[in-house]
Design a protein around this ligand. Structure first.
Ligand code: F6P
Length: 442
């Protein structure tokens, strides 16, 4: 019995064109094979799950394996693609744009690729952001730069109007590079396209330095971002040790998930406290953060604290807690770094214990840099697999790696909740092992 097609992906219709790719169908000839339609990658690779499925005579839950198909849906000589980048910047966006253009052009012979300017605004003609023609010559050097050559914006736009624009411009494939909000937007566009019966495929490429997209191993740019944070923490440690009872606080991005703060701290193991949105901690009391900080200073005379921007929001008094949201509807957090700085200063003053505090907020710097080599490899892989999936006629899907293999997942499966650090999991335990901070500070 099948385990339900939880990760089934919408297909526009029967793929009836031969792929222009000269790939193989048999093993042993040293030529890469086309991916067969029924090839899947398992979600849960544990022995426990295997035994459970065996006992229940169920097929384990699988995801569509990504890659080139022998038959494709689009007549590539007539296919027009468009690429849009939305939301906050992230290292590697230009690499993805470049590899999409190269893959569409050189693998499949797609001749027209439009760059949509300034996010979804570019699909609303009244904004006046004209499309740009993306050609290999136009994009060949862009991977060397951070940011996005297309520009970006936050916020949703009228779905009907965007579909009008996509249709009227003869676009067959829309690649949307963005985070949770962008992907939800792409899915809504795909739904409207389906309602209208258009033959247009919508593909999401998950992007956020926060690494908070559900199910997938990691988002591109995340590694580069915490690599940048790594050296900032190294230098913050020098500041902390440079004074008797020196305290360095480094605030890093991470709205709802603390992956950047946690990974950066493990990668530069001089951090004594990592504070993330997933954990509830108190400042005061014998088990509060400040008591542990004092113990640390008594022992070592310096401390390094890494705090994610979304951590400790419960510590703000009700009047400052009033919710402010950005154009995408994300809650704009209060400055936990400053609150920590002031609370630490007050606490040690009260305890008559002089401390030197350095507060470092690298802010946008960690996400506006070019991709590092690992992310460049990853961006390339994501873009190529996105191109193959798009031409196969699949729609409303994202490309990502799960269990280190490229798969296609329905957009709805990755946007139904945010990925968060599991405080009972091995990753967070490594943070605690590395920092020596207690399981709970409350
Ligand atoms: O893209 C994610 C992110 O970098 C978050 O970590 C951060 O909270 C947010 O974007 C800030 O974005 P902006 O200030 O550009 O709206």
């Amino acid at each position: 019995m099948a385990n339900g097609d939880k990760f089934g992906i919408d297909i526009l219709g029967k793929a009836s064109y031969d792929s222009p790719l000269r790939l193989s169908k048999r093993h042993g000839d040293n030529i890469f094979n086309f991916v067969k339609e029924n090839e899947k990658i398992l979600l849960d690779t544990s022995l426990k799950e295997y035994k459970k499925c065996l006992a229940g005579k169920k097929e384990p839950l699988g995801m569509v394996k990504a890659g080139p198909r022998e038959k494709i849906y689009f007549n590539t000589r007539k296919t027009k693609a468009a690429i849009v980048t939305c939301g906050g910047l992230c290292p590697g966006i230009n690499n993805v744009i470049r590899s999409l253009v190269m893959g569409l052009t050189y693998f499949y012979g797609v001749k027209e690729i439009l760059g949509v300017r300034y996010g979804y605004e570019g699909l609303i003609p009244s904004y006046g952001h004209d499309f740009v023609d993306l050609t290999p010559a136009y994009v060949k050097d862009i991977h060397q730069f951070g940011g996005t050559i297309l520009g970006s914006s936050r916020g949703s736009q009228d779905v009907g109007a965007m579909v009008d624009c996509i249709y009227e411009n003869g676009i067959d494939l829309l690649f949307a590079i963005g985070g949770d909000g962008t992907l939800k937007g792409a899915d809504a566009i795909g739904e409207e396209i389906k309602k209208r019966g258009f033959d247009i495929s919508v593909i999401g490429i998950p992007k956020t330095i926060d690494n908070d997209i559900n199910l997938i191993d990691k988002t591109f740019g995340f590694e580069t971002a915490y690599n940048v944070a790594n050296t900032i923490i190294r230098d913050a440690h020098n500041e902390a040790t440079g004074a008797y009872n020196g305290i360095a606080i480094v605030k890093l991005m991470g709205r709802d998930s603390g992956f950047i703060a946690a990974s950066a701290a493990i990668s530069m193991p001089v951090v004594n406290f990592v504070l993330v949105p997933e954990m509830h901690f108190e400042l005061e009391g014998e088990n509060g953060f400040l008591t542990f900080l004092k113990k640390r200073l008594d022992k070592k005379q310096h401390a390094v604290i890494v705090v994610a921007e979304g951590a400790g929001q419960h510590l703000f008094s009700e009047d400052v807690k009033e919710k402010v949201t950005d154009a995408s509807g994300n809650v704009k957090h209060k400055d936990i770094g400053l609150l920590l700085k002031n609370s630490i200063a007050d606490y040690f003053k009260k305890n008559d214990c002089p401390v030197t505090i350095k507060y470092i907020d690298p802010s946008y710097i960690i996400r506006s840099v070019p991709a590092n080599p690992e992310d460049s490899v990853f961006c390339n892989g994501l873009a190529y697999h996105a191109v193959h999936g798009a031409l196969s006629g699949r729609t409303r899907f994202v490309v990502g790696k799960v269990n280190n293999r490229y798969v296609y997942l329905p957009i709805s499966a990755v946007t139904n909740k945010r990925k968060k650090i599991n405080l009972e999991g091995g990753f967070w335990y490594t943070v605690l092992e590395s920092t020596g901070q207690p399981f709970k500070m409350r």
